[in-house]
Design a protein. Structure first.
Length: 199
């Protein structure tokens, strides 16, 4: 038995050159009927030749695949992906402003193989997760002053062990504060926005 391997995708499926780069050649729906061809990926020719050579000496071929839904969906994604990507881009691509290196290129990609992963993301976003809001109140005479961390700086998914040191560090900064009570209340709210990235 001989074992060999590939390095990612060694062949690509694509439309004929006539319809590959020039989107004005046909309507999006016509791509469902246009001819497609297999194209060798640049730099993978040696791997392809190795597989051909080994195949000539074998009586049986065993494919060891990932067997994941995303990967399997890629095989049938060319026609649907290209057709709907072209349709979406031409119909609504100029109605939105997208951050892009090339300001003149707004491609709205449609990809069947991304839907399973997108489902996981949506389900995860619906889950209730624990978060903490750090704040304290200071009583000066008859006036109550509240100190709270801005919502944009909240650490989402933090545990009690993460939150408590923040309280104690606030108390040790001036050396004069004294914690009287520590209140813990539960409430259901929408997830806070992600904290901004700082370079």
């Amino acid at each position: 038995m001989i074992f060999t391997a590939v390095d990612g995708h060694i062949m690509n499926l694509d439309f004929k050159m006539t319809f590959r780069d020039d989107w004005s050649r046909c309507k999006p729906i016509e791509l469902f009927e246009k001819d497609i061809e297999k194209i060798e990926v640049n730099g993978k020719l040696n791997i392809i030749n190795n597989l051909k050579q080994e195949a000539e000496q074998c009586q049986c071929l065993i494919c060891w695949l990932d067997y994941d839904r995303e990967g399997e969906s890629i095989a049938g994604d060319l026609r649907a992906g290209a057709s709907f990507t072209k349709f979406q881009t031409l119909e609504v691509g100029n109605k939105f402003i997208f951050p892009s290196v090339d300001k003149d290129v707004h491609v709205l990609i449609y990809c069947l193989c991304l839907f399973p992963a997108l489902g996981f993301v949506v389900e995860r976003s619906k889950e209730t997760r624990e978060s903490w809001m750090v704040g304290c109140k200071y009583n000066v005479g008859n006036h109550m002053i509240s100190f709270e961390v801005p919502p944009t700086m909240l650490k989402f998914d933090a545990t009690y062990e993460d939150a408590f040191p923040v309280y104690t560090s606030c108390l040790t900064v001036s050396g004069t504060a004294r914690a009287v009570t520590l209140e813990r209340t539960e409430t259901n709210e929408r997830a806070p926005d992600p904290a901004p990235e700082h370079n």
